[in-house]
Unconditional design. Sequence first.
Length: 115
Amino acid sequence: MSRVKRGNVARKRRKKQLKLAKGFRGSLSKLFRPASQALLHAGNNAYRDRRLKKRDFRKIWILRMNAALESRSMSYSIFMGLCKKKNVILNRKMLSELALNKPEVFNQLVDHITS
């Protein structure tokens, strides 16, 4: 049986993982075994946090709207209920952008909904 030398394949695999671990602290970016373990954890965290990010942004949008509605002595839940009744099809992201960047337009919208 002929001899098989795996130097290239093994080196490419290790270099690829070390390249992905670039920027990690200490031996996590220099040594193969700790780097591969760190990459497993980093992948799990990234997968989980891609979903958590969506929740966090929705919370931020709701907080922004609630703060803008507080000056008009209206709660977020009542506002959203009235939006549904009046068939306002703006999503929370757009409503919060209006509340933050264009408060006069947001106030006109609230007046339209409450009337």
